[in-house]
Design a protein around this ligand. Structure first.
Ligand code: ADP
Length: 267
């Protein structure tokens, strides 16, 4: 899975990375799904341990092109975990109150506390993505944000947060097919928005903004993973595997009881 991690100071071109890559799981969907089930069960245990130990904080950032599958990842990868221990924060167009503050204000408030996993469905990266592509702030403003963001994430990491960032990479053809599927199925009309087509018209500018984000903000303390996401089961599998690996790497342990269970009798 490490091959999906962007080493620091790498110039990334999404165009050179296949969104359909699934080399390590040629066995296919059925085996992949079984493996995902095993991973989600492991994740359930690890999340409980994280909560019980109450020491580490985990932040998972999800960014993607529209229809990239952020919601699907949250639904499938976290399907077994205790909802009390995992919270999702979604970042939409900033409110007027949010706009009255610096762009990290609303984000910092949502970062995880000890024993928690937080999932960011979109994030502070919108401030170097949509803001850059749609010219919502001048270049001199968004240009310096890459530096702010790296230092902000360093602060989180220094204070005990494991930061994992996933970019869901799909092709333009796949996005076209997914948007069409939303139009074709009445039950999915609610998911369709003409704004998605407006964003799609800026496909190339977004790819450029993603390339810049991935090249400039993948750090040793908060790495980006570019996840091939044309195939949904493979996308979920890769993310679950990386997450389980990261949690296992924390070397967590259940806390020692401050009593001797052998000396206590429950009448
Ligand atoms: P999603 O597509 O994540 O399911 P929405 O359809 O509600 O959710 O989209 C949220 C919108 O908010 C996106 O178009 C996104 O670009 C926008 N947005 C998020 N953060 C910002 C920001 N800081 N500045 C401007 N727009 C933002």
């Amino acid at each position: 899975m490490e091959r999906y991690r962007i080493p620091p100071d790498t110039t990334v071109r999404l165009a050179d990375r296949s969104p359909s890559d699934r080399l390590t799981h040629d066995e296919g969907k059925k085996v992949g799904r079984q493996y995902l089930t095993e991973l989600t069960l492991r994740l359930r245990d690890l999340q409980e341990l994280l909560y019980a130990e109450g020491k580490h904080k985990v932040l998972m950032v999800l960014q993607a092109t529209d229809t990239g599958g952020k919601d699907g990842v949250i639904r499938h990868v976290f399907r077994t975990v205790n909802p009390q221990g995992v919270k999702v924060a979604s970042f939409k167009v900033p409110s007027s109150r949010e706009r009255a503050h610096d762009y990290l204000w609303r984000v910092h408030k949502e970062t995880p506390g000890s024993g928690e996993i937080r999932i960011f469905n979109r994030s502070h990266y919108e401030d170097v993505l949509v803001v850059r592509v749609r010219d919502l702030a001048p270049q001199e403003v968004w240009e310096r944000r890459y530096h702010h963001i790296n230092e902000f994430e360093r602060l989180l990491a220094d204070e005990g947060t494991t930061v994992l960032k996933f970019f869901l990479h799909i092709s333009k053809e796949e996005q076209g097919a997914r948007l069409q599927a939303r139009l074709d199925d009445p039950d999915r009309h609610w998911k369709f928005s003409s704004a998605d087509l407006a964003e799609r018209a800026h496909w190339d500018a977004y790819q450029e903004a993603y390339d810049a984000m991935l090249s400039r903000t993948s750090t040793p303390w908060a790495p980006w993973y570019v996840i091939p996401s044309n195939s949904k089961w493979y996308r979920n599998l890769v993310i679950a595997r990386i997450l389980v690996g990261a949690l296992e790497g924390l070397g967590m342990q259940y806390p020692e009881p401050d009593f001797d269970p052998a000396t206590i009798r429950v009448d």
